[in-house]
Design a protein around this ligand. Structure first.
Ligand code: R5P
Length: 291
């Protein structure tokens, strides 16, 4: 009997196959039908055995992919008492606290749902916050894609590279990235209007970026607003090329176009969310966390 069976959820089929091959495990795909009213119908295309690993990212359509993940875990639980939910990108993790009075901390509901459908362990890649991680009441592991991203950037011939976080909150990520790349880092001061979502970079701070190639590092890019404002600010200071990198590239709407127009040479992300920029593979770090 195979040690693991990997179930590929509809949002993470390719990544799930890679994880199965690294773990030398059986792979079972799922089939998705979306009814005209938007309901999801997920069907397993085989009978799993052993420990089961469900791989399903919760990226847009977020609510549908969440329901599909819960349905897969719940079904897998019928075949095994050991069901690992691998959620490469965990949507809702930004809703980890009550920013404005009355706001609901939805990630805590998501955490409860995974427990109640029978997940015995959760593995997430670069979760937005540790606060969100701690809301899960089952063993939960966060793995980092930073080493894999750095491996990509080491192959580029960058001119005196400097790692930049678009906000103070991301300084640890930037520090770690820079340490692995063997260079230094800075963090800009971003301000976000909690009601409109608009971002601005605090002007006037002096950062010596002139002539240096920059790597803007974030956990995720959604509307692109944070990267656009940071790139515009840095371009004014006559930096060299700007690269934008993140683990999760949601790239909503025309985010990619706006980022390129702001002077970013290339966007590099991972395959936690499938897409054109998702060129860095996170299956090695996920497989390592499981085995
Ligand atoms: C914020 O705290 C996150 O780390 C990202 O900076 C943010 O979610 C990116 O969103 P957007 O691309 O919409 O600015």
């Amino acid at each position: 009997m195979a040690k693991f069976t990997v179930l590929g959820g509809p949002s993470s089929e390719q990544l799930a196959k890679k994880i199965a091959s690294r773990l030398k495990s059986r792979y079972i795909p799922s089939e998705l039908r979306t009814f005209p009213d938007g309901e999801s119908k997920v069907t397993l295309k085989g009978r799993p055995s052993g420990k089961i690993i469900v791989v399903q990212s919760i990226h847009p359509p977020v609510d549908s992919n969440l329901v599909r993940a819960l349905a897969l875990v719940s079904q897998a639980r019928k075949y095994s008492s050991q069901v690992y939910a691998v959620i490469p990108y965990l949507g809702y993790a930004r809703q980890d606290r009550e920013f404005l009075p009355g706001e609901i901390v939805t990630i805590s509901l998501v955490a409860k749902m995974f427990k109640s459908v029978g997940a015995s362990r959760i593995i997430i890649v670069d979760i937005h916050s540790m606060k969100a991680l701690n809301l899960f009441q089952i063993p939960t592991k966060n793995v980092s894609a930073v080493e894999e991203l750095v491996r990509y950037f080491k192959r580029l011939k960058l001119k005196s590279p400097l790692v930049v976080s678009p906000d103070i909150g991301g300084i640890e990520r930037a520090r770690n990235f820079a340490r692995l790349l063997g260079t230094d880092h800075i963090a800009l001061e971003k301000q976000r209007d909690r009601r409109t979502g608009e971002v601005a970079i605090k002007q006037g701070d002096h950062h010596d970026v002139k002539g240096r190639d920059l790597i803007l590092v974030d956990d995720m890019i959604s509307t692109g607003g944070s990267i656009v404002k940071a790139a515009e600010y840095l371009k004014k200071q006559k930096c060299g090329k700007i690269y934008a990198t993140c683990t999760h590239a949601l790239l909503m709407g025309d985010a990619e176009k706006k980022i390129k127009q702001a002077g970013v040479t290339k966007i590099v992300s991972t395959n936690t969310i499938p897409g054109k920029t998702g060129i860095v593979d996170v299956s090695p770090v996920i497989a390592k966390a499981i085995s």
